[in-house]
Design a protein around this ligand. Structure first.
Ligand code: MG
Length: 286
């Protein structure tokens, strides 16, 4: 099932998306985090007793517009991307011949950086002049846990969404730690909704990015270096993952700095990221 957060007639609500029927069925919860927490109890009654709303008549917001915690992200998790990043000159401390890390690189983005479909990614003139895109399959945690073993990891996933891990490459490089380059306001487009875990095989999701009409990224999550159960085991070791926490699993080859010369976003570009079985998320830049 697909669940969206949307605005309709001035109210923000959560609903079940029925794409083919072009409609949303409102769900009686205050927000997505409440739905995730009460899902097992609500599941059988979802869609009952509420009149559908036309999907094209609502404004979709990020499915979790203001996450409780920073968005946890994994860097360098596809071989070809690890290589293009190391060779780009934008990776601080890059070591030749050692593009693939022994342990996953984990960093975070601020909750305040989240925006929804269609919202403009800001230019931030004077702060950065090298803005880049990164499509990422993103895990939504359902069942909280600490020291989750990889064998149990999938049981903790409620669903999946898409994040565009927008990055100021100059700040990422200059500050070594990636937080500043990754957390600018509007640098985390998310959406268009969350698809529940029962509908997705996370090890076979095709992810893509277009800048305007040009296809830039086109890869499959089967090529992840650190797989999803392993990431959950690593990230939850000694640190509790909570319902609603988000883990972006990394981006494949084809980011702007992978080109010679680099292809940074330009004012007026539209960046579209997509994941098969989930949907499409487009945001203008400017
Ligand atoms: Mg990324």
């Amino acid at each position: 099932m697909k669940f969206a957060t949307y605005e309709y007639r001035g109210e923000v609500r959560v609903g079940l998306v029925q794409e083919l029927e072009n409609r949303i069925l409102p769900v009686p919860v205050p927000d997505m985090l409440s739905l995730i927490s009460c899902y097992d109890d609500l599941k059988s009654s979802i869609g009952n007793n509420f009149d559908p709303i036309p999907l094209d008549g609502v404004r979709l917001l990020a499915p979790i517009p203001r996450p409780r915690n920073n968005i946890i992200c994994v860097g360098k998790n596809y071989r070809a991307h690890a290589k293009e990043f190391a060779q780009s000159g934008y990776e601080a401390n890059a070591k030749k011949g050692a593009e693939i890390d022994e342990y996953p690189a984990v960093f975070t983005k601020r909750p305040q950086s989240v925006i929804g479909p269609g919202v403009t990614i800001e230019l931030h003139p004077g702060v950065t002049s090298e803005v880049d895109y990164e499509v990422e399959l993103t895990i939504v945690i359902g069942k909280s846990g600490r020291n989750i073993l990889r064998a149990d990891a999938l049981k903790h996933i409620w669903g999946y969404t898409i994040i565009n891990d927008v990055t100021a490459r100059d700040r990422q490089k200059n500050h070594k730690q990636w937080y500043l380059g990754k957390s600018l306001d509007t640098f985390c487009p998310m959406g268009p909704w969350i698809v529940t875990a029962d509908e997705i095989d996370p090890e076979n999701v095709q992810v893509k990015t277009w800048v305007n009409d040009e296809l830039r990224q086109d890869a499959n999550t089967r090529d992840l270096i650190f797989d999803i159960p392993g990431l959950i085991e690593t990230i939850s070791a000694g640190a509790t993952l909570e319902a609603g926490d988000l883990i972006a699993t990394g981006t494949p080859e084809g980011v702007g700095i992978g080109f010679r010369p680099p292809k940074f976003l330009k004012k007026g570009d539209v960046v579209t990221v997509a994941a098969d079985g989930i949907g499409v998320l487009a945001n203008p830049f400017g």
